[in-house]
Design a protein around this ligand. Sequence first.
Ligand code: SAM
Ligand code: SF4
Ligand code: F3S
Length: 470
Amino acid sequence: MQRTTTVVPQADIDRQLAICDQIAQLSAQRGAQPLAFVDTYGCQQNEADSERIRGYLRRMGYGFTGDEEQAQIIVINTCAVREHAELRVLGNVGALVHVKRRHPDTLICLCGCMMQEPHIADKICKSYRHVDLVFGPHALWQFPEFVQTLLTRRGRVFRTADEPGSIAEGIPVVRQDSVKAWVSIMYGCNNFCSYCIVPYVRGRERSRAPEDILEEVRQLAAEGYRDITLLGQNVNSYGKDLDEPMDFSDLLRAVNDIPGDFLIRFMTSHPKDATHKLFETMARCEKVAPVLHLPFQAGNDRILKEMNRRHTRAQYLEKIRDLRSLIPDIVLTSDVIVGFPGETTWEFEDTLKVLEEVQFDALFTFLFSPREGTPAAKLPDPMPREEKLRNFNRLVELQNEISARKHAAYIGKTVRCLIDGRSGEEAYPLSARTPGNRLVRLAGDEGLIGAFADVKITGANTWSLFGELI
Ligand code: SAM
Ligand code: SF4
Ligand code: F3S
């Protein structure tokens, strides 16, 4: 089979790295180390992309700062999934005009999903004249040459051409955490759920070669990372574009075989592609955490059809039953959209029924947000906002009750947790995660960060657990 995915030739990545080195030399000659400010909106995929942007920046000789005023380069990695996210970005980018006025040499760069939307790129071009560089996710691998152009010539750079997307290996990475790591296993999405902008801005599904993924995980395990999340918009369709097709379950098994004491997580799974084979593989692989994020979006079949989800409520519930028969204590989380165009309150109640039946441990709830260019944005949407909000609040209340009840059931149990950082609370300074990714706050020494430890759960609320080290 011919590989349909375009892989950026290594020589092209090497050329970008050589540009990084030239920029680093120039800044070294100037004396003080230049600083970069990188801000990220959106999902883990964007977090992972920002780690590559930081990787390039470090190779260009930049250090990092959390203060825009100190930075010689500002990079804002944006998200387009809902209007709220976009408005926040536009507000913050608007405010950067003052930074640019005070520091005219500071480079202001916008990247990420929003920049791949033609009307947004247009708006930035016309109305945000202080922005120097705009590029979409497809062009991330060329970031060094864009910076070089800005540093050596006057003018602005816009690189937002629509394309199916490619895969670029060998970009340096600066990770934000020393315990948890993201590993993108694929990019893009082919599903075109009718409300969603992601396939338009992230391009078609394309899978990284298994040997590249396994090598990255091997390195992370050797460096002592304890919690590794495999990322993709729909990881269950991993491998379909590879020369020698390998499915996600096979990949999971291969990652599980890598020696080391670490947990494997993955997200996101699409119900239509989550198979019995996947559930069996999860049950058999001791490193795969007993947790599944399986978005169902809506409980009513008419709405699911309008959403182009290609699964019914019954099929979803059957998958959950199958999974629970193999892993009875599986932790389940999901995404739900309230107020899809045309959804009646009567139809919305089917969503509540799914919550009651499945008893999710946690839920990510969203109010429908029309996205320009998606089919759902053109549908008539007669329900008043107040009614949507009333339904939204009913959903959140029901889930809060379920989450609190599920959390309370942990009290008295001893759970092997990964201590993953500081909680910011005086009484419980450490934060930890159960294998099912429930947050636990506890007292203890910071030296324990990065270790697995037995924790006795002593308290719980809707959002987290409290415990003590044994
Ligand atoms: N690929 C994943 C999936 O299929 O579930 C996640 C996609 S998206 C980054 C995360 C969540 O945002 C979706 O599961 C959906 O609930 C929500 N979402 C996407 N588009 C939305 C929209 N237009 N309005 C409200 N919520 C939206
Ligand atoms: Fe969006 Fe659907 Fe793709 Fe998820 S599967 S990214 S919701 S189109
Ligand atoms: Fe947002 Fe792009 Fe992720 S739209 S949710 S950052 S894929």
